[in-house]
Ligand binder design. Structure first.
Ligand SMILES: Nc1nc2c(c(=O)[nH]1)N[C@H]1C(S)=C(S)[C@@H](COP(=O)(O)O)O[C@H]1N2
Ligand SMILES: [Mo]
Length: 199
């Protein structure tokens, strides 16, 4: 048994954080983009959700920003092995955006300005697990990190969190997105280390 004296300041406990397998901590916020940062004019920005029956919901920037928002503090895990803990965002919950939408779709395909896509089961967007984030660390979300608005799905590897999100297409068929089509895992749970196809 060890004794700890209250006044002793010479030693610190190691951080008691549990990271998903194969991950290391970063303090900075790396930027990972498969292409250039798109130039998005808020006057023409839109967010669209379509369902398998072609029901459509569409928000312009003012309409989107009039929706109820919430602060979100979450850990981020990138498939390239970095994790960043306790990041603070401001966003609109997907539960808010999807509220009352009649759909029996099982899947969502997300498309960004610039053409990036990623897919996930619809149930991973609902139940307080996903947001469209427009604020980071008390500021407007910077363009390189997905501003004006990005998807944030922190329980999956960060490639699922599409930056510059534009369109969420709900459907009965699962369609691989950009990285999923190049061999990344279709689901991407960091705690099960689902990095690549076959993991
Ligand atoms: N539109 C778009 N979204 C994207 C990407 C991208 O290239 N384009 N990269 C993904 C990947 S692989 C990661 S790790 C995260 C990186 O987010 P960050 O640049 O804010 O760290 O964004 C994801 N979302
Ligand atoms: Mo990534």
């Amino acid at each position: 048994m060890s004794t700890v004296s209250r006044g002793f300041k010479g030693r610190r406990e190691p951080p008691s954080v549990e990271l998903p397998p194969g991950q290391y901590l970063v303090e900075d916020f790396p930027v990972l983009s498969a292409g250039p940062t798109p130039d998005i004019d808020l006057a023409h920005w839109e967010l669209v959700i379509t369902s398998e029956t072609d029901t459509q919901r569409r928000w312009d920037w003012d309409g989107f920003r009039a929706l109820p928002t919430e602060p979100v503090t979450v850990d981020l895990h990138c498939v390239t092995h970095w994790s960043k803990l306790q990041t603070s965002w401001e966003g609109v919950s997907l539960d808010t955006l999807l509220e009352g939408l009649a759909t029996s779709a099982g899947f969502a395909l997300v498309t960004s300005y610039g053409g990036y896509t990623t897919n996930l089961p619809l149930e991973d967007l609902t139940g307080h697990k996903a947001w469209i984030a427009f604020g980071y660390d008390g500021q407007e979300l910077e363009p390189e990190h997905g501003g004006p608005a990005r998807l944030l799905v922190p329980h999956l590897y960060l490639w699922k969190s599409a930056k510059w999100v534009r369109w969420i297409q709900l459907g009965d068929q699962d369609e691989p997105g950009f990285w999923e089509g190049l061999g990344y895992h279709n689901y991407g749970d960091p705690w099960r280390e689902q990095r690549f196809w076959g993991d």
